[in-house]
Design a protein around this ligand. Structure first.
Ligand code: PAF
Length: 282
């Protein structure tokens, strides 16, 4: 496995991969890897000739400097896991490599900015769009792999690819969960033992909401029940629970079965903000 830091190092490697007509699978990450990331790598190694991973904690997508400062950094163990998982190349750029000058261009993903993550984390999707566009330009992969846990991010990336005519294809990989159901996330590393237990509420409430919806309980009652549970929980602050179209992110006030539907949730557990979602109808 080769680790590199600059575009100049990648150019000749890319050229020889291209010459051999091999296809590059790309897994962009911010490090602090867990099994969810390794699932993306496994998908890539299974279907692509060469797997490239990037590790970069992207400052422009954090709308809270505290959150950026506290983001876990585990480069050494990340590289060991990637080697074991069969990644061929790992791009670890510095901030100045990706941002040689302050960026004036602003991404605005329209309606996706108005709801859920777009609304609660202003500027977040600008930063995601910016860094992913830079990575696609610099690395020119054939296919890129993203986790379903960041469902709205997937919608943003797909819009980015479509609107800017990137030729990369996007593959979405199901959320990897702990045995008890908690969605794997790099942020889970920041939870203490009590918070780790409390964090389970996101998944248990999603699962309960899905069950209730499918047994015919109206969405407004289901949502009120989730809100009620969170209002009584210690140390947990619900930001939103919403019934959405998983691609357009249209928000629904009632549950109909005439298209795909997912429930999305975001909550603070102590100081740690977590998100999760569950498909109701695929
Ligand atoms: O999902 C992530 O880890 C990040 O948002 C991404 C896609 C690597 C961009 O920094």
């Amino acid at each position: 496995m080769k680790v590199f830091n600059t575009e100049a190092e990648w150019r000749p490697i890319w050229a020889s991969i291209f010459k051999e007509n091999k296809k590059i699978g790309f897994v962009p990450t911010m490090g602090a890897l867990h099994q969810g990331h390794l699932d993306l790598v496994a998908k890539s190694t299974a279907s692509m000739d060469v797997t490239l991973v990037s590790i970069f904690v992207n400052p422009t997508q954090f709308n809270s400097s505290e959150d950026f400062k506290n983001y876990p950094l585990t480069l050494e163990s990340d590289l060991a896991q990637l080697e074991e998982a069969g990644a061929a190349y790992v791009f670890v750029p510095s901030v100045t490599t990706l941002y040689p000058q302050p960026t004036r261009l602003r991404f605005d993903f329209g309606d996706l900015e108005q709801v859920l993550e777009g609304k609660f984390r202003p500027g977040h999707f600008h930063g995601v769009g910016l860094v992913v566009a830079k990575l696609f330009h610099l690395l020119q992969p054939n296919r890129a792999f993203f986790g379903q846990k960041d469902l709205q991010q997937v919608a943003v990336i797909k819009r980015l690819v479509q609107d800017l005519s990137f030729t990369v294809s996007i593959e979405v990989v199901p959320t990897r969960r702990e045995k008890d159901g908690l969605a794997m996330s790099s942020r889970n590393m920041r939870l203490n033992q009590d918070e780790r237990q409390q964090a389970l509420l996101l998944y248990t409430q999603l699962a309960q909401a899905k069950k209730d919806l499918l047994t015919g309980i109206p969405w407004d009652q289901v949502r009120a029940a989730v809100e009620e549970v969170f209002s009584k929980a210690t140390n947990c602050q619900l930001e939103y629970v919403a019934l959405v179209h998983p691609e357009t992110f249209e928000i629904f006030d009632s549950f109909t079965q005439d298209g795909p539907r997912s429930i999305c949730i975001a909550a603070y557990v102590g100081q740690v903000r977590l998100i999760d979602n569950l498909p109701i109808i695929q």
